[in-house]
Design a protein around this ligand. Structure first.
Ligand SMILES: [Fe+2]
Length: 344
């Protein structure tokens, strides 16, 4: 397959941010012919930068899915080849699987790329994106508690310190570090029993990956790290109750990661106004500037033991977020100077 010139030049910029160049070995990982155009363009971009680049392609298994359901599982030869590289471009979605950890534990860095080209182009990160996310990371690491409030009744507190801070700024040039392009946000999880309070999911907030904007409030009661009640008379509350119940897994109701979005190029209204909207991976929703990303379900991405398959990412608008009583987000606006984009 010949790679499109514009796409190769976009991918070249991304690989430069990832520190790819002479002396670096890069592998593109894909399944069957999915994103074959991306694979060709990444190989062309990497070669143009002087890297030693190759393609690992495995057959897509029927019923395979992101993370633990990936098609790489059991292909030990391919895994060994990936472990010997400096960077893997994951076009498949290993996402917090044991295969991903096995590869990154050897010092190989990994970049996940699943979004459509239009989204990748609009949200191409920069060194400044990283600077702002890392400014957030320093504050987050030092904090013992996180509290989130909103004018319609959210008031929830997280006891921190059990799990690391995960940053995403859209590229990676650090050995063993995973990131995804695009998206700028950061998060951690509380102690497993360390979340208490109320979260009110308001009109305009999202249920991801269900790709829905909520049209009426859903009130969650949270006790000792678990959602104990989901109240609301609207369709969305009903939808959420039915979806979560279907997994028949009490661990689905655990509270998962919490953090905030710093991506000024991400669009809150993307599902209604951008070309592919609901058919994207939803990175706009997870990372838009000033959102508080609340989530339920597994905590394996922070190193926890809950690996339930029921995971909801729920970006909230207009909230305030405090780290040890210091304001980080105020009614959806980023407060600390070192995290802010001028004029936002
Ligand atoms: Fe999540």
């Amino acid at each position: 397959m010949t790679a499109d010139h514009d796409v190769v030049s976009l991918f070249t910029k991304e690989l430069q941010l990832c520190g790819v160049g002479q002396g670096q070995t890069l592998a593109v990982l894909s399944e069957s012919n999915i994103r074959a155009d991306y694979a060709a363009a990444f190989l062309a971009a990497a070669e143009g930068l002087g890297a030693d680049a190759f393609h690992v392609n495995v057959k897509k298994r029927p019923g395979s899915y992101f993370g633990p359901g990936n098609s790489l599982r059991g292909h030990q030869g391919a895994i060994e080849a990936l472990k010997r590289t400096d960077i893997v471009i994951d076009l498949m979605g290993l996402l917090w699987s044991k295969e991903q950890t096995e590869i990154t534990n050897t010092g190989t860095r990994m970049l996940l790329v699943l979004e459509p080209i239009d989204v990748l182009r609009r949200m191409l990160p920069s060194a400044d994106t990283r600077r702002r996310v890392e400014a957030g990371e320093r504050r987050f690491k030092a904090a013992k508690t996180l509290r989130c409030t909103s004018p319609i009744g959210t008031d929830v507190t997280y006891r921190l310190g059990a799990y690391p801070i995960v940053t995403q700024y859209g590229f990676t040039d650090t050995a063993g570090r995973w990131d995804a392009w695009p998206g700028a946000f950061l998060y951690t999880a509380a102690h497993d029993d360390g979340v208490d309070g109320t979260v009110v999911i308001n009109t305009g907030d999202m249920l991801l990956p269900l790709m829905r904007y909520v049209t009426g409030p859903i009130t969650l009661t949270i006790k000792s790290g678990h959602v104990t009640k989901i109240e609301g008379s609207g369709l969305d509350a009903e939808f959420m109750r039915a979806y979560m119940a279907r997994f028949n897994d009490p661990r689905a109701f655990a509270v998962s990661h919490i953090g905030w979005g710093l991506d000024d190029k991400a669009i809150w209204e993307f599902m209604g106004t951008t070309h592919l909207g609901p058919h994207t991976g939803g990175q706009d929703g997870r990372s838009f500037y000033g959102n508080v990303l609340f989530s339920t379900g597994p905590n394996t991405e922070m190193g926890g033991k809950n690996d339930t398959h029921c995971h909801l990412d729920i970006p909230l608008r207009g909230c305030s977020l405090y780290l040890d009583n210091q304001l980080v987000v105020e009614n959806g606006r980023i407060v600390p100077e070192d995290m802010r984009v001028p004029g936002r």
